[in-house]
Each structure stands twice: as structure tokens, then as C-alpha cells.
Ligand binder design. Structure first.
Ligand code: HAM
Length: 428
């Protein structure tokens, strides 16, 4: 027998599953408030769905194999291509804008490190069929409100917002050619992690002259909407290219979320399909990897399903978020709450305990009792170890009177409670 799960895969012991359930419940609650509907798709997909659309980085990380029917298949590494396919197949029938969310488990063969595993759960929220930047603002707001629902404030997390159209316009306006853009985007994406001289070398290898490399570094250093606007004012098409990000940032301010949002042109995002606003959420200490990332992908539905619909969305993983929550917000992550542990005083009380347990469970009360005869002390020990709020002691004398003894295990107090009261209204 193997002693451990595969590297990068998790066993969820009850405490860990309680945290996961708490994360999912919070995600679902905020998604409900934003009027998003939940959907799901298959965890296994045709391989080409991902090789064609996700981009080189994800392609290398695929869990891919041939099934018994000779089909090339892959475990889903992300949800967006599946969503695009599903929507494209029923595009006519669906009322736009579509507001859908999902919580898929995803699989990527990555090098395991802090915050990166080979499976994770990822909240996806996407809006399809809306080109207005208010949709971008709505999604960034939803991601931020997820954080607020976990008790995290602007001192804990920041949304860093950029726009690939702005980057493109500034770079081309600064003298780069279309064919140099991929190398420039790549350098900007890495600019926080890799020192500038190393990046300059990479750019030189990518065919950029040193004045072009300076343009790349200047663009990557822009950190405010005013700075971006000023830079755009100097280049052709700049006014138009900046409209979306300006509107989205203003909308976020109007929502009262301005403190959570910073404009930061180093955000590019690794996936190939993004076309407009892109954003990521980070812990302010920047100790962890991105909590969430997303953006606009206006060309993907056309490429996958032949329907030309603008689209945007984000993915928020449970791994980094879980680390942050364990560190900062000891919120209500309780697993099952045991309302009562029933205790049989003698062998004759076992059957009445079984009857009572089932009557209480039918009324929605969480109840446990010892599954083998044991001394009262032993039963009380188990009750305490389970974190039960009360012990309900069923003994011959009380039973003769139609009552039980209820011991409050926190306070240590006891009271005699008539059976009728116990069943009607005592617990709720
Ligand atoms: P992504 O940036 O690849 O985007 O992933 C989004 C988030 O999922 C990351 O910020 C991170 O929290 C989490 N995540 C990704 N990979 C791992 C991993 N190996 N281990 C743990 N957590 C991970 C996407 O997947 C896009 N499809 C999101 C999207 C939806 N864009 C538009 N709609």
C-alpha cells in the first residue's frame, strides 16, 4: 500500500475539509449576492481544447493521456475553455449578459511549492456577452468582496489592475514592433521577480534595441491611473486605449472599493487568450503567490465556437486563500457542531437512547452516542473529546418520570428536562 498521496495532491482530513467547505460556502454566498448562477463541466476534456487555447505554459503542465478508445484527453487545468465551449454551443438560447460561476477542481503538473499544488479548487466567475468596462469593474468588485466576506481588508489584500490594450498601445507608441510585443510582455510579466539587467539581456536576445528596452521598463513602472493617462496622451490611439481601465477604476471608486485597487502595469497574466483589462489579487505583504487572476478574453468564444461574444472572468484558488485565512482571519471555520451526546446510564437505557437519538435527529439536532456499552465516565470523556455542547443523560429514575438530565459541558451545570420539552423547542 502507498503511504502517501501523490506529490501535490491533498488528503482532506475533517479540519481541512471544514476550511474548504467554509471557503466554498463563502464563495457561493457572495456569488449569490452578485446574481451569478452556478454551472459545471466535465473534469476530463479533449486534449486540444487546452493545447489550442490556454497557451504554452499550461500546455506543458497538462495531465494528458490516451483513453481506452484512443482519444487524446486531458484533466482540466483551467475552466475557461470549457466555459467558452459550453456557452458557444448554446449562445443563441442564453440571455446575455451571462453571469455564471463554478468551483471546479483543476489539475496542473507544476513544480510543487508554497501556494502551488498539482490539484486545486478554483472559483471561476465570468460574464459573457458584455463589452462595457462596467462588467470589468463588476468582476473585480466581486473578487474584492470575496476577500471582504473572509474578513480581509485593503491592508491585507490589493487588486492590481492593468490592461493589455494599454500595454500594447504604449509599447507600439514607444517604437516597438508587433513581433517584439511577446518578448516585451514576457519581460514585463517577470519584472517583479527578475533583476532589470537580466531582463535587458532577455530583451536584447528578443531583438529589442536598448532604447526599446527602456520603453519596456518605463511602461512597467507606471503605478497610477494618472500616470497611465499621461503616458497614453503622448501616443497615437492612447486616449481610446485608456478608456476602459479609467472607467473601471472610477466605477470601483464609486462602489467604495477604491482602497482595494491599484493600477499596476506589471500585471500581464500568463494565459494566451486575454485581450483587455487583466487583474490579480495579492496579499499586501506579497509573501504569497496570486490569490486570484483574471481578465477580458474577447476572442476566445469565436475561436472555440464561432460565436463572437465578448467575455471576461477570474479564477480564485483555494490554496493561497487557505494559507492567508489560516494566517490572518480565524473566522468561523467550525466543522460539525455536535448539539448533544446521549449517555445511557445502564444497559436498559440503550434502547431509549436509540429512540431519543432518532427523534432528535429527525428534528434536525446533531446527536451522537456511544456505540458500545461503557461506563458513564467513559461516555462523558468521549462527549467532551467530540466537543459536544451538552450531554443528555438517560437513566432509569428520570425515565420513570418522563425526563432526562442535561449537563452543559462548557459550564458544568446540570438540569432536569422533561422529555416533551427536550423534543420540542429545547434545541432550537
Ligand atoms: P490562473 O491565473 O492560471 O487563471 O489561476 C487563477 C488562480 O488559481 C491563481 O491566482 C491561483 O490562486 C490559483 N492557482 C492556479 N494554479 C494553481 C496551482 N497549481 N496550485 C494552487 N493554486 C493555483 C486561470 O486559470 C484562468 N482560467 C482564470 C480565468 C477565469 N480567467 C477568466 N476566467
Amino acid at each position: 500500500m502507498q503511504g502517501q498521496a501523490l506529490p501535490g495532491f491533498r488528503d482532506f482530513y475533517p479540519d481541512e475539509l471544514a476550511l474548504r467547505n467554509y471557503i466554498f460556502a463563502t464563495w457561493r454566498e457572495v456569488a449569490r449576492r452578485y446574481a451569478f448562477q452556478e454551472y459545471d463541466g466535465p473534469p476530463l476534456e479533449p486534449l486540444e481544447l487546452f493545447t489550442e487555447k490556454s497557451g504554452a505554459e499550461i500546455e506543458q503542465q497538462l495531465y494528458a493521456f490516451e483513453d481506452k478508445g484512443g482519444r487524446k484527453v486531458a484533466l482540466r487545468p483551467e475552466m475557461t475553455p470549457t466555459l467558452a465551449r459550453m456557452v458557444a454551443a448554446h449562445a443563441q438560447a442564453l440571455k446575455k449578459p451571462i453571469r455564471w460561476f463554478s468551483i471546479p477542481q483543476l489539475f496542473r503538473y507544476e513544480r510543487q511549492q508554497r501556494g502551488r499544488l498539482r490539484e486545486h479548487f478554483q472559483l471561476n466567475m465570468d460574464i459573457i456577452g458584455e463589452a462595457s468596462p462596467l462588467a470589468d469593474a463588476e468582476l473585480i468588485a466581486a473578487a474584492v468582496d470575496m476577500m471582504r466576506a473572509f474578513g480581509l481588508g485593503p491592508q491585507d489584500v490589493q487588486a492590481r489592475v492593468s490592461d493589455r490594450r494599454v500595454l500594447r498601445t504604449l509599447l507600439v507608441g514607444g517604437g516597438l514592433t508587433e513581433s517584439q510585443l511577446p518578448a516585451a510582455f514576457d519581460a514585463i510579466d517577470k519584472s517583479e521577480r527578475v533583476p532589470q539587467d537580466a531582463l535587458a539581456e532577455v530583451l536584447a536576445k528578443g531583438g529589442l534595441a536598448s532604447h526599446q528596452a527602456s520603453v519596456v521598463f518605463e511602461v512597467a513602472s507606471l503605478r497610477s491611473i494618472d500616470g497611465v493617462s499621461a503616458a497614453l496622451a503622448k501616443v497615437k490611439g492612447g486616449e481610446e486605449a485608456g478608456e476602459s481601465i479609467r472607467t473601471a477604476v472610477e466605477a470601483l471608486r464609486a462602489m467604495g472599493l477604491g482602497e482595494f485597487v491599484s493600477v499596476d502595469l506589471t500585471i500581464v497574466r500568463g494565459l494566451a487568450y486575454y485581450t483587455g483589462i487583466v487583474f490579480e489579487l495579492f496579499d499586501t505583504g506579497k509573501k504569497l503567490r496570486a490569490i486570484c487572476g483574471g481578465g477580458r478574453y474577447d476572442g476566445l468564444l469565436k475561436a472555440l465556437g464561432g460565436v463572437d461574444l465578448p467575455a471576461l472572468g477570474f479564477g480564485m484558488g483555494d490554496v493561497v486563500l487557505g494559507e492567508l485565512l489560516r494566517e490572518r482571519a480565524p473566522a468561523d471555520q467550525a466543522s460539525t457542531q455536535l448539539d448533544a451526546f446521549l449517555i445511557a446510564v445502564s444497559g436498559e437505557d440503550v434502547a431509549p437512547v436509540l429512540t431519543l437519538a432518532h427523534e432528535l435527529r429527525d428534528r434536525g439536532v446533531a446527536v451522537e452516542y456511544g456505540l458500545r456499552p461503557a461506563a458513564i465516565r467513559k461516555q462523558l470523556e468521549l462527549a467532551a473529546a467530540r466537543g459536544a455542547l451538552r450531554a443528555v443523560i438517560v437513566g432509569p429514575d428520570e425515565r420513570a418520570d418522563g425526563a432526562v438530565v442535561v449537563r452543559d459541558l462548557k459550564a458544568g451545570t446540570e438540569e432536569r428536562v422533561p422529555m416533551a420539552k427536550l423534543l420540542h423547542g429545547f434545541f432550537h
